[in-house]
Design a protein around this ligand. Sequence first.
Ligand SMILES: N[C@@H](CCC[C@H](N)C(=O)O)C(=O)O
Length: 273
Amino acid sequence: MAIEFLKGHGTQNDFVLLPDPSGRLELTPGRVAALCDRQRGLGADGVLRVARAEALGLPSAGEWFMDYRNADGSVAEMCGNGMRVFARYLVDAGLVDGREFVVGSRAGDRPVVVHPDGSVTVEMGPAAITGASVSIVDGRHFSGVAVNVGNPHLVSIVDEDVRELDLGLPPRYDTDFFPEGVNLEFVNPLDDGLLRMRVYERGVGETRSCGTGTVAAVAAALHQAGTDTGESIVEIPGGRVTVVLRRGQSTLTGPAEFVARGELYEAWWDAQQ
Ligand SMILES: N[C@@H](CCC[C@H](N)C(=O)O)C(=O)O
């Protein structure tokens, strides 16, 4: 059986898409990790399996379900950048009618709008403040705001330039507070509401962008300013996205790009566990 793939990214958070409408692929953690490996595989921060919700037996009001996996093979509830790429794929491949539809995710259904220029807006649901905790980078402690955007985040708004932080080694965090792991964001507020952010993702490492992380960053910055409503552009190493928070809901708007499509070698796929 030929296994088609596409390679795409959203603000350089990159993904291998596996079109698998009837959910037939045996997508083991080992195969995901091998696909995402930048030496022995295609290389990516994660895998997006494009399957019908019904075929996976997962609940959604929409026809299609984003089955997202991190580069280490772990399953995560939600991926904001991945959702934009996934939605654009559905439109470009003619798998949906129109440009506004709902995509299922493990964090719940996500309404999306694919704009004529190829950028995508995702309704990301609530960004819930769940407390406060601390991350440790290179021996230094950074206090942060815990935010759940379907997946867990700890956002530290820091005085020093985030571009100077050494994220070469995994930062530490309180595993009692985050027993399922956490995505760690480091943020500088700039002029005019612009935020600069770096991120160390659960199950991946440092990435050039994290959509759910940008929503968490804006929610944390607003929380520290005593509000839950506002709009920011977030600058990440891979580009810029726009986040809006209103009445307990959030939206994420940004680009979605494709760079390649092809077929996996069956022998390679079969050799992965
Ligand atoms: N890059 C994603 C988030 C992917 C999931 C994350 N690593 C987790 O384990 O929660 C995004 O764009 O949101």
